[in-house]
Design a protein around this ligand. Structure first.
Ligand SMILES: [Zn+2]
Length: 263
């Protein structure tokens, strides 16, 4: 009998304890989400979030921009009925119109593209500024430009900082943009510098990104693209030896590379 009462008592207590723990957890969660909602009010307004939604930013992208988690932003948007008003404004904000507007002579379009398509997705810390969207096959941050051209983020941000963007927002830098920090996603201009193909090559070797068994031809394709090679050869009219000197390779390697890719 005594043991039965004992088990009943302990079962009752267990249940009570479970309830207590559950309530506590719920309260902490609610407090957390409420406080996040409060905080989000401190850093932005419903009008501002509506504007971002109209520019085509997703909940997640807005969350990254404001430094909150996606759930908090979604709750904020739902509570304030923000998404209700955006559907019919969305098609205006697509990348194809940027080019048309530039061709039309409108000013400040590159800046607008940067502000809506690039800056919101850079997570700034005290040290590195990390790109939070797509990366290319080499692991560098990557964005589609105004002409739908692929641009690496660190090169873009370096060009923004040194005023080397052309009218379509394409970085005009003949050299390579290299990292002082060892973070491929970083696009903090303070961590970037301009170097030659040879610097890039040595930099990669130093960081162990090149394996010694790779063929020379593969190495050429690591420091220069086929298009860039074509440009040097046909537009700048450099000889294979001159290209080799520029890139840090022998003429025969350049020649083999050009043969391989029908340049
Ligand atoms: Zn960095």
């Amino acid at each position: 009998m005594d043991t039965n009462i004992g088990t009943k008592l302990s079962k009752g207590m267990e249940l009570q304890f479970k309830n207590l723990a559950w309530n506590l957890l719920l309260r902490v969660c609610m407090k957390y989400s409420n406080s996040n909602n409060k905080q989000i009010h401190q850093v932005t307004t419903t009008d501002e979030v509506l504007k971002l939604r109209q520019q085509g930013l997703s909940h997640k992208q807005i969350a990254i921009k404001l430094g909150f988690n996606r759930c908090t932003v979604s709750t904020f948007i739902r509570k304030n009925n923000i998404d209700k008003d955006i559907q019919w404004c969305k098609p205006e904000a697509n990348t194809t119109s940027f080019k048309a507007r530039i061709d039309n002579g409108e000013q400040g379009i590159v800046e607008e593209w940067l502000t809506t398509k690039v800056y919101p997705f850079i997570k700034k810390t005290k040290e590195c500024w990390e790109w939070s969207e797509k990366t290319n096959t080499k692991g560098y941050g990557h964005v589609n430009g105004i002409l739908n051209n692929p641009i690496t983020l660190h090169k873009l941000m370096y060009a923004v900082n040194t005023n080397k963007l052309n009218k379509y927002g394409i970085p005009c830098i003949s050299g390579f943009v290299l990292h002082k920090c060892d973070n491929k996603l970083c696009c903090n201009p303070a961590h970037l510098y301009e170097g030659t193909a040879k610097d890039n090559f040595e930099d990669m070797r130093e960081r162990g990104q090149l394996s010694s068994v790779m063929s020379n031809q593969k190495l050429v394709s690591d420091v220069i693209t086929i298009d860039e090679m074509k440009r040097l050869y046909y537009e700048e009219k450099l000889t294979q030896t001159e290209i080799g000197n520029k890139l840090g390779f022998k003429q025969v390697t350049v020649s083999a590379f050009m043969k391989k890719y029908n340049i």
